[in-house]
Design a protein around this ligand. Structure first.
Ligand code: GTP
Length: 235
């Protein structure tokens, strides 16, 4: 069984705990109790394999953010959550993502951008388009709008991060196998083949789940083997 640690990051009150508890326990918490740090475990089957997930629900409020570096070091995948009712919470993610990339010392860290509270249409101040724009700026990090209240796209965001981790591991294994077989020049081809089975099936889906993003395009190369796909899924 594979054991993966996922970390849920974002400003205070955006719904990190509600998303996590909805995913793990299938219930919605409607009281607000600021988190210091909570850890949850859940086993799930993805692509016919069982994964044991440890999910760290982190503190959004400033006095606990010193612990963040530790979470980030130990995490394999990250959910960067804002609330569509709070513009500042989206802006705060810019710095958070930079912190993740810096601490992990990589620009290919498995992550998703999550705009939560999408059910609160009347209180919305961040549009779907702004979420998509942020995801594009970040090199097409998969973007979803979610509602922990309605349980929409909740499972999808966690599964997406796990699939990214799997894909990265496959790429690393292929690169190692090619290197140890003395096939340095063929490593790129191995990576490309490895991507196919773990690829996401969704590209871009509008509020009524119709595709809005057109065909997937390869991300412009930042590193030699970088070839990410986009997934923007909103309610
Ligand atoms: N309408 C609606 N309310 C939500 C949703 N998700 C969370 N909330 C509410 O927002 C408030 C904060 O949710 P939490 O999950 O505690 O937020 P958090 O990000 O964990 O907050 P911190 O622990 O301070 O970091 C609670 O009152 C929730 O009921 C959602 O999808 N829709």
């Amino acid at each position: 069984m594979r054991d993966y640690k996922l970390v849920v990051l974002g400003a205070g009150g955006v719904g990190k705990s509600c998303l996590t508890v909805q995913f793990v326990q299938g219930v919605y918490l409607d009281t607000y109790d600021p988190t210091i740090e909570d850890s949850y475990r859940k086993s799930m089957e993805i692509d016919n394999k069982i994964f044991d997930l440890e999910i760290l629900d982190t503190a959004g409020v400033a006095q606990f953010t010193a612990m963040r570096e530790l979470y980030i070091k130990s995490g394999l995948g990250f959910l960067l959550v804002y609330s569509v009712t709070d513009r500042q919470s989206l802006e705060e993610l810019v710095e958070l993502r930079e912190q993740v990339l810096r601490i992990k010392d990589s620009d290919r860290v498995p992550m998703v951008l999550v705009g939560n509270k999408a059910d609160l249409e009347e209180e919305r101040v961040v549009s779907v388009e702004e979420g998509i724009e942020m995801s594009s700026k970040w090199g097409k990090v998969p973007f979803y709008e979610t509602s922990a209240l309605l349980r929409s796209n909740v499972e999808e965001v966690f599964v997406d991060v796990v699939r990214q981790i799997i894909r990265n591991e496959l790429e690393a294994a292929n690169a190692n196998a090619s290197a140890s077989a003395g096939l340095g020049a063929g490593a790129g081809a191995g990576v490309a083949r490895a991507e196919a089975p773990a690829g996401r099936e969704k590209t871009a889906v509008s509020r009524d789940k119709a595709p809005v993003g057109g065909p997937k395009k390869p991300e412009p190369k930042r590193r030699k083997k970088s070839k990410k796909k986009n997934a923007c899924v909103v309610l």
